[in-house]
Design a protein around this ligand. Structure first.
Ligand SMILES: [Cu+2]
Length: 233
């Protein structure tokens, strides 16, 4: 369930933000497919438009043609592409709903759970301590740094202390609104070790732009060491 839906068509479209989560490839693919479809229609429509402008322009001995589209034969130039666009819309919709369900609706069984709290203007995180359980005395609380184990399915539960924030990890292709008074949950599975950016993607006040944090993805060994070193007892 936490495996990608499709093979990744083009890795690292955005070199600043390599695809690190298990579902990053599915989201990249979707954006690539939508981009290809939209560009193909854009160039087809533009090309045809320019061709007609030249073909039916005013020439010596020939007036420029006025085509209003009421003639059924002319109307087909509108209805056929229109129907084709609708078919592509449905294809995009089916792919998008599949990816949406995979990322946002189906929540795989987690190996680990963390809490994410947004506030003006910082992120704070709560990790399970040595006992592996959240909301116990040995929990590890951090500011601006989230630690997870590579390959783990991590469930996050998040809220905000004040205004709307949005928890965004570009390398995971993940975004989740953090709403005061409400807990939202989601998941990710990091597939590469390393340190990646966390941002807030909801304008939340004057310090919005400095509301960055990091996710540190560690090997099992390093993660256990970090927990041992940071557990309060
Ligand atoms: Cu914010």
């Amino acid at each position: 369930m936490n495996e990608p839906l499709f093979p990744h068509l083009v890795e690292s479209i955005n070199l600043n933000s390599p695809p690190v989560s298990s579902f990053a490839g599915d989201i990249d693919n979707l954006i690539l497919i939508i981009g290809i479809i939209v560009m193909a229609w854009f160039f087809a429509a533009l090309g045809l438009f320019l061709y007609f402008v030249v073909k039916f322009r005013e020439k010596p001995g020939q007036k420029s043609m006025r085509i209003d589209g009421y003639n059924p034969q002319h109307k087909r130039w509108i209805t056929y592409p229109h129907n084709a666009v609708l078919v592509f819309d449905v294809i995009i919709l089916i792919l998008a709903v599949r990816v949406w369900n995979h990322v946002k609706i189906d929540q795989p069984e987690p190996n680990d759970t963390v809490k994410v709290i947004g506030q003006r203007w910082a992120w704070t995180f709560q990790h399970a301590g040595k006992d592996g359980k959240l909301d116990t005395v040995d929990d590890i609380k951090t500011a601006d740094e989230l630690h997870v184990k590579v390959g783990d399915v991590v469930r996050f539960e998040g809220t905000s202390k004040d205004v709307l924030h949005s928890f965004s990890v570009p390398a995971f292709r993940l975004k989740q609104d953090m709403i005061p008074g409400r807990w939202n949950s989601g998941w990710f599975k990091a597939q590469k070790t390393g340190t990646y950016d966390i941002q807030c993607t909801e304008i939340c006040g004057i310090g919005h732009g400095v509301m960055f944090a990091r996710v540190v993805i560690e090997s099992a060994e390093d993660h256990d060491k970090w927990i041992a070193a940071n557990s309060p007892r």
